[in-house]
Write a protein that binds this ligand. Structure first.
Ligand code: PBG
Length: 340
């Protein structure tokens, strides 16, 4: 509980502690650091890079450019990259077999990054949507998303990703029972130290639109994801999901999207005391970029403000497409944000 303010005005003036840069820095409660950032990158099986229309400034990268990005992350002090593959249409099937091909794009990229930039954490998504001709995170049969059959696929996918050298796996599909099955499989194959960072509170959200353009899963998507991603009216349900995922062996949790769900970040981190991350998703990125491009907001300030909000809400860190920008701003930014 907060101590009551004992002095009245003018003995107490709230503005005193805001009056100079130095004092503001001294009393700042929450600080964003480069160590809080996970940088999601997109890869494709082509040479060079391609723009992503709805995400200005973000590109699909060839494998060698992805390795360069990982090296840049380390130079900037960013501890982790999350790799998302944009899979060629001809490799997408209803059975999603490409997801557990040991040489699929995600696995080749993780292997190359870990070989050339061994100090970086590499996170791979465990979900079928990049490989699914139906665009869903689960197998679609007769208009239904199959849960248990999907989990069988996820286990195979997770083992392939573990074998590729990925250090963190992010099951992001919201199927039931996946964390326990994946954890059991990892343990039984000797992958004792692979982090499972579960997308536990993942909402059916309009803010994923630009991402589906980036990995080209949007065109294929039949219907919506409402039978597996959560309803945006709910929070208690998210706590039950966290309880469940922790009991099945998750090491850390993700709330997704980020900024519209800060209440969840706060409730989950406070209630469970387990590392909780927010994903500032593609639509959040696109909104800031679009407004900044119009000159309506100051991009750099909006980025640092939005990312610091996640720290205020109790997050350990943030997955953000702004990671390299934020890292360089934290190093060279305006005095009020400078760390040292
Ligand atoms: C799906 C997945 C999604 C994102 C990451 N993995 C969204 C979806 O459900 O289509 C979205 C990330 C973003 O919007 O930045 N497995």
């Amino acid at each position: 509980m907060q101590a009551p303010i004992s002095a009245g005005f003018p003995a107490f003036r709230g503005r005193r502690l805001r009056s100079r840069t130095g004092i503001r820095r001294l009393v700042r409660e929450n600080e964003l650091s480069v160590a809080d950032l996970v940088w999601p990158i997109f890869v494709h099986d082509k040479d060079g890079s391609e723009t992503i229309e709805a995400m200005p400034g973000v590109r699909r990268l060839s494998l060698d450019l992805a390795v360069e990005a990982a090296a840049e992350a380390i130079t900037l002090g960013i501890p982790a990259v999350a790799v998302f593959p944009c899979v060629a249409d001809e490799l997408k099937t209803q059975e999603c077999e490409e997801a557990w091909n040991p040489n699929n794009l995600a696995n080749r990229t993780a292997r190359a990054i870990r070989r050339d930039v061994p100090e970086i954490e590499v996170m791979l998504d465990v979900a079928l949507d990049p490989y699914n001709s139906d665009g869903h995170d689960g197998l679609l049969r007769d208009g239904q998303i199959l849960n248990d059959e999907t989990v069988d696929c996820l286990v195979k996918q997770a083992l392939g990703h573990a074998e590729s050298g990925a250090t963190m796996l992010g099951p992001s599909d919201m199927m039931d029972g996946r964390i326990g099955r994946i954890r059991h499989a990892l343990e039984s194959k000797g992958y004792h130290d692979i982090i499972i960072i579960s997308y536990t509170a993942k909402y059916a959200s309009a803010f994923y639109g630009p991402f589906r353009d980036a990995v080209r899963s949007g065109m294929a998507l039949k219907g919506d994801k409402d039978t597996y991603q959560m309803d945006f009216g709910n929070t208690d349900e998210a706590l039950r999901m966290v309880q469940r995922d922790l009991s099945e062996g998750a090491d850390a949790l993700i709330v997704k999207p980020g900024m519209p769900y800060l209440d969840l970040c706060h409730r989950i981190s406070t209630h469970f005391g387990t590392p909780t991350f927010a994903y500032q998703v593609s639509g959040e990125y696109a909104m800031i970029e679009a407004a900044a491009a119009q000159g309506w907001i100051d991009r750099d300030k909006a980025v640092l403000e939005s990312l610091t909000a996640f720290k205020r809400a109790g997050c350990s860190g943030v997955l953000t497409y702004f990671a390299p920008l934020a890292a360089s701003l934290l190093d060279h930014g305006p005095a009020s944000f400078r760390v040292g």
